[in-house]
Design a protein around this ligand. Structure first.
Ligand SMILES: Nc1ncnc2c1ncn2[C@@H]1O[C@H](COP(=O)(O)OP(=O)(O)OP(=O)(O)O)[C@@H](O)[C@H]1O
Ligand SMILES: [Mg+2]
Length: 238
């Protein structure tokens, strides 16, 4: 479904990605783990078109998306939940969700389509329906993460990019979020997940890639990586 081939990305003179090659098959949950500064967020930004690679290609369902602007990439079916959530604090929950749905439906069926999208995300996170009229910025951290994920789902993505959805959340909320990720996947959305919480992420994922210093250091089945001595020592604190 998604293929990155030898991606190189720079911030000014700094080469953040030094040749990333990876693929995600339809229906998978794939995780990217690695230490701070390894290039995980940069990889997601390259895929969603926020940061254009200097070299290499990215293809998605048979099309080269490397040179496409971010909005065209959203239209093709990739949605990105950035690190730190970045919801609109001064818009209501409902307005935040509407912002995620700007590509949804044609002029004639937009309202009907929107309603069914709202129903879907409210079913997954009922608390958002309760807080529909509340300003995004007044939600708790966990609720903001649920809103950020829901906003990304409003465009009916085929592939969802999630950047550290568990960051800074209480364990009980983290398990709620991970359960939601599983549900989203079961409904047919392919997922590329970046996580510091390597244990939980590898448990959830079919496959994983370990990034180090802008390169892929290892990749394999989630279970394989969980049992690898190297991964245990460096990323699982065992
Ligand atoms: N806006 C920027 N300007 C300059 N360098 C940057 C910028 N953003 C990231 N970098 C550098 O690029 C490298 C990769 O950063 P990236 O944010 O992708 O890492 P990460 O794996 O997501 O880390 P973290 O776990 O801390 O979120 C780091 O060395 C970082 O310092
Ligand atoms: Mg990051």
């Amino acid at each position: 479904m998604l293929e990155l081939n030898d991606i190189h990305t720079f911030y000014g003179p700094i080469e953040a990605l030094k040749g990333i090659t990876l693929k995600v098959n339809q229906g998978e949950i794939v995780c990217l783990i690695g230490n701070n500064g390894a290039g995980k967020s940069t990889t997601l930004m390259a895929i969603s078109g926020i940061l254009k690679p200097k070299a290499g290609t990215i293809s998605f369902i048979g099309s080269d998306i490397s040179d496409m602007p971010p909005h065209s990439i959203v239209e093709r079916g990739i949605s990105h939940v950035p690190e730190g959530r970045r919801i609109f604090p001064r818009l209501t929950v409902k307005e935040n969700l509407e912002m995620g749905a700007y590509t949804v439906g044609s002029r004639t069926n937009k309202n009907k389509k929107l309603k069914s999208q709202f129903d879907k995300v409210y079913e997954m996170f009922p608390v958002l329906r309760e807080r529909e009229r509340q300003m995004g910025g007044t939600l708790s951290g966990g609720e903001q993460q649920m809103l950020a994920i829901s906003r990304a789902l409003m465009s009916e993505p085929k592939l969802l990019l999630l950047d550290e959805p568990s960051l800074g959340l209480a364990p009980i909320i983290v398990s709620r979020i991970f359960k939601a990720i599983q549900e989203i996947n079961q409904e047919g959305v392919t997922i590329l997940l970046v996580e510091q919480n390597a244990h939980a992420a590898l448990n959830l994922s079919g496959r994983g890639y370990v990034l180090e210093n802008g390169r892929i250091k290892m990749h394999g089945q989630g279970k394989e990586l969980l049992n690898s001595e190297e991964v245990k020592k460096a990323y699982l604190g065992e």
